[in-house]
Ligand binder design. Sequence first.
Ligand SMILES: CC(C)(COP(=O)(O)OP(=O)(O)OC[C@H]1O[C@@H](n2cnc3c(N)ncnc32)[C@H](O)[C@@H]1OP(=O)(O)O)[C@@H](O)C(=O)NCCC(=O)NCCS
Length: 171
Amino acid sequence: MLHQRLRLCRVTRESSSGLEEYAREFADAGDSAFVLTGGDAEAFFARVEMFEAGEDLPENRVRMTWFWLLQGDRILASSRLRHQLIPVLLLDGGNIGYEVRPSERRRGVGRELLRLTLDEARRIGLRRVLLTAETTNRGSIGVILANGGVFEDTSVSPNTGRTLNRYWITL
Ligand SMILES: CC(C)(COP(=O)(O)OP(=O)(O)OC[C@H]1O[C@@H](n2cnc3c(N)ncnc32)[C@H](O)[C@@H]1OP(=O)(O)O)[C@@H](O)C(=O)NCCC(=O)NCCS
């Protein structure tokens, strides 16, 4: 079984040996769901550490923990857990963001990734989490519904102007 070999792991230098290859797969596929912010691994880790510390963050950002979903040492996917909701996140972003590497989609990886990230949300004391997905993003909506998401309403993203579905998951 695929899932028995998957584990969620905090993003650290030690857990990120495949980072550059992971980012390259998205770039080669013309997919912007994961971009190596700043262009290199060091800039990426600095950003991860800044968000995890939750101090001196840019406006409208909150403390956030980054995870890899690993199969052995190979990164299959990543998720980001935002520790609190602020008005802009209520409209777009919610508590959790995620992406699966293009070559691993449609195999249940996204569903397992969110399931394990919900365990982490529970661990930091959240009682329910908000998930948002563009109304056209069938994959993300599938992942959310498979994890017990309850449709709340639609909103318009203040970031992109696109229409989003909002879902709550009770933990
Ligand atoms: C969205 C995403 C994470 C889905 O990951 P995945 O590993 O392909 O999802 P799964 O295989 O676990 O699929 C979960 C469900 O969604 C359905 N699904 C997945 N991709 C789909 C697609 N492109 N179209 C229709 N349904 C889809 C699956 O059939 C499955 O439904 P089921 O539980 O009824 O079988 C992945 O497509 C991705 O990384 N997209 C780019 C980033 C992104 O959109 N992130 C979310 C932002 S809100």
